[in-house]
Structures are given as C-alpha cells and as structure tokens.
Design a protein around this ligand. Sequence first.
Ligand SMILES: [Zn+2]
Length: 154
Amino acid sequence: MNEYPLTSKLRRGETDVLAIHCGDYRFQSAFQEFLNSGLHLDGNYDLIVIPGGPLSLILFDYLPKFNWASWKWLRFFVENHKIKRLILIQHQDCAFYRSMPLHLHSSPEPRQRQEQDLRRVRTAMVKDLPHVAVESYYAGWNATDNIVIDSVLP
Ligand SMILES: [Zn+2]
C-alpha cells in the first residue's frame, strides 16, 4: 500500500459556504483559485462538482432524476453544515450544455442559456431555502487563455 503524506491538514471548525461547479478539467485550478483567493474562502467551503454545475438544479422536467439527486445533495450540505451562502459557477464552452435541447431556454446563445439557469436556481432557492444567499458567476477565458470570472446579476 502506498502512502502519500501531504502538507494539507484537516480543517476543523465549521463552514457555511457551499460551491457548485462543473468538473471540466480546463477550469479546476481557476475555480480553486477563485474560491480560495478571489473570494478569500481559503479552502473553507463545501463543494459539489457535477457535469454542467448548477444546471442539474433546474432540470425538473427534462432530467428529473438528476434534479432530484442534485437537490438531495444540496440539502444535505445545507442541513448538515448550516449553509448560508451558495456560490454557483458556470463556465464557457460547457460540453454538458451541448447535450441540452434548445427549447429549454429562451435563447440559443450558450452564455445567455447558462445565465438564465443561474437565475432559475436563484429563484428556486429563494422559494425553497430562503435563508441561503446565492451568488452566481460565469468563468470564461481571454485572448491569452487566462480565466476571467464575472458576477452574474440576479
Ligand atoms: Zn462544464
């Protein structure tokens, strides 16, 4: 059996932050940098990583089992860790969105579809978990391949 000693230590105490983003390998270090340094969370957050990120939270009719599971996981963290702040991140060129039928959104433009979904999650959260504050972000890249993250307004 191999052992991999790390410098990381178990984080003790509590968190009230949950982040949800896609698992696309191209963005993982940027997401971590954004959460840890950009938002100053320094590793103090729960995390759900699923294809399409927050998308599965609004697929009530199209993929009801995905939707059910995603809300189950979200509620698990909210109830067990007293989550008060939810951070949703969508990203440019998300392959999961290419599998989604166009009729589910009001626009064929990918970024508008993703921002529409972020607003839909916020609306659902206000109704079902009103004590949780929702922040929405969109990650893309610029001409030099640096990742840039923008806030998505409600
Ligand atoms: Zn993705």
